[in-house]
Design a protein around this ligand. Sequence first.
Ligand SMILES: [Mg+2]
Length: 341
Amino acid sequence: MSLDLHWDTRELHTAQPFGIARWTHSVYPRTFVTLSHEGLTGQGEAAPNAFYGETRGTVEAVLPLLAGALTDPWDWDGLNAALSARMPHDHPSVKCALEMAALDWCARSAGVPVWRLLGLSPLALPESSYTVSLAPLDEMRTQARDAVARGHGVLKVKLGTPDDEAILEALREEAPDVALRVDANAAWTRAQAKRLLGVLEAARVELVEQPLASGDLEGHAELRVRAGVPIVADESLHHVSDVVALARAFDGVNLKLAKLGGPLQALRALRLARAHGLQVMMGCMIESSLGIAAAAHLAGLCDWADLDGALLLADDPYAGLQWTAGQLARPQSAGWGVTLR
Ligand SMILES: [Mg+2]
């Protein structure tokens, strides 16, 4: 029986405007791919990010060109080879959506969660961080206070402003007992980062994500030697083939399915990172519980989880993930374990 693919873009909205060093947005168009075959369906999500060259427009333009690469949901290597042959290194969120749909279909056909289909050990997920996004200082204080009141034990603070020291001090005062992580989103200069190292240590920051520009591996390598906290690559990691070079400049890497081209590509990056002595974070974009669920299937293999993308949404179209504050339970039902509301 032939295989049918269709897709549909929905605008998802964050409950509050979500701000990082580069931008602030409230509307996030996400394209959902459905694979129908032999009476079963599989689903995937494309969460494009402009930093990696993708928009709603590129996703909708490229999906018809890449959809033909998915001819057999069980042939995962064949799918990856066909996608890479058509668009090497580009359009990772589209590739992610197609790979997700294939894996969901296979796992539903086998009646198991995807993590079991892939033979991954059933390890507990690390507690996910909850993001305090960039906003006027009073609003950042409120975000942190509300998150702590809801039971979150790990906060990730977006920085990359001239006032970072004041923000960090204020949030530490607001949330003295949480694990605090910092994400500068590539916005610091080398000099700024060096000046802030003492502030980060005084605030007992657990790790710093992407302090410097994505191409500045030398700067990160220098900073890492001086820093008392792990330095984790996010924007510097675009593709599985970047991992080995990053091991010289960073302590860890943030893996996101949408930028790496899907769950199996993220798993390759994860194993490569481990082989080169890197620590590993499972991260996400602002995306629905479908995309978050896919990341959750791999998160038990990671040191850190940052999977709050769907918690920030006002209109998550998928349901089924079990959260207790920042602690996500490993999905137990077939496929990704979520359903359209
Ligand atoms: Mg980041």
